[in-house]
Design a protein around this ligand. Structure first.
Ligand code: SIN
Ligand code: CO
Length: 373
């Protein structure tokens, strides 16, 4: 793989082996001349919507306050020390989506979203740590980052925000527009705005095993197959009718022990789980959808692109899109893997697609999961 200016002219492989999950990396001018992709008005408008996750953090006189969106009113720009944070901007803006996709040297299964923060002078969310890797790209003005590898991650109790009780930074950087700081999970950091400031956070997803386990058991509940019904032809009379019979317990334990899962079950579960749209993601199909024939014609001319909101993954013969899974044959696999990796298909690939693939594409088009190119 090529060296990427985005990573300070090292290859993704070098970045992964030296820094990822291990240590911070400051990249001066990761994106030279970088400017905000979304206007402040548009960002504020997003924060008023209830399907957009947003927060307002103020820290007047050392007193932390957190308000969750939708946010109708923001403090005046002349007021110091406030931060507006808007999550998932990539879902709502094409340029923000394109920026997030620059990080696709990492798998889609790990890439989460682009969060934009706007802060006035002195604004920030306080010294804290995150459980995820993050790239912090400066987009407007300056931000002073203080960071440190401390092991003591104890938090101040009773605050609405997670603030480290003992913050011991050992490095300090002032980031200018286009500069980017990578931080591994659990690395303590505090970013304070110097004047009006915008920071773009490219965030990652690492589900906890508890979350995965709970979701997996729900998934398995739909697919386990335990034939038969409890029976006790050898049952004996009892003088303790309230006691659960020992034999009953043993027989049922044996039967429940027959619950098995294969790697295929885990694959299907994981693909469906990781491609499931977040609770606040809604798709809107075309208002006047083309007929299936006209759709095929138009798609063969213009090609197709995945909607920004669509998550498409695959593994082996399984393809996953927005929480649904499909088992596919070898020929269709080539087409659908191309769609998943490129997030687009050209007209030629569509013209040669099978009827099954065309049926699926048409349904996804009607649902707003894919769009004409
Ligand atoms: C911010 O952009 O203000 C906070 C980002 C972070 O520290 O994770
Ligand atoms: Co953070």
């Amino acid at each position: 793989m090529k060296k990427l200016p985005l990573l300070g002219n090292i290859t993704p492989a070098q970045f992964l082996s030296e820094y990822w999950h291990k240590k911070p990396l400051l990249i001066r001018q990761a994106i030279p001349g970088f400017k905000p992709l979304v206007s402040l008005d548009a960002l504020q408008a997003m924060a008023t919507k209830d399907h957009v996750e947003s927060r307002l953090v103020t820290s007047t006189g050392g007193h932390w306050n957190l308000q969750h969106g939708p946010l109708e009113h923001l403090p005046p720009r002349t007021q110091k020390e406030w931060t507006l944070l808007v999550q998932g901007v990539n879902l709502h803006d094409a340029k923000a989506d394109a920026l997030l996709r620059q990080f696709r040297f990492l798998p889609d299964a790990r890439l989460d979203d682009l969060m934009i923060s706007f802060a006035t002078d002195g604004g920030g969310v306080g010294p804290h740590f995150d459980s995820y890797d993050v790239f912090l790209l400066q987009a407007q003005g300056q931000r002073r980052w203080r960071i440190g590898p401390q092991k003591d991650l104890g938090l101040i109790e009773g605050l609405p925000l997670k603030i480290l009780s003992k913050f011991k930074p050992n490095e300090e950087y002032v980031l200018e527009p286009g500069d980017m700081l990578y931080l591994p999970p659990h690395y303590a950091h505090d970013g304070v705005a110097i004047g009006d400031c915008q920071t773009y956070s490219i965030g990652f997803r690492s589900p906890s095993y508890q979350e995965l386990g709970e979701a997996f058991l729900q998934f398995m509940a739909d697919s386990i197959d335990l034939p038969g019904r409890y029976a006790d032809p050898e049952l004996e009379a009892t003088s303790k009718p309230a006691e659960i019979p020992r034999d009953m317990l043993a027989t049922i334990a044996d039967e429940l022990n027959k619950v098995r899962f294969t790697e295929d079950d885990v694959t299907i579960f994981l693909g469906e789980h990781l491609s499931e749209p977040k609770h606040n993601v809604f798709f809107t199909g075309p208002t006047k959808p083309l007929t299936v024939g006209k759709f095929a014609e138009a798609a063969a001319k213009k090609g197709l692109v995945l909607s920004r909101k669509t998550q498409m993954l695959y593994r082996g013969k399984h393809v996953f899109i927005n929480g649904e899974s499909f088992a596919i044959g070898r020929a269709d696999k080539v087409t659908l893997e191309a769609l998943a990796n490129q997030r687009a298909l050209d007209g030629a690939a569509i013209a040669s697609a099978s009827d099954d693939v065309m049926d699926a594409l048409y349904t996804w088009y009607q649902d707003g999961w894919i769009e004409l190119g």
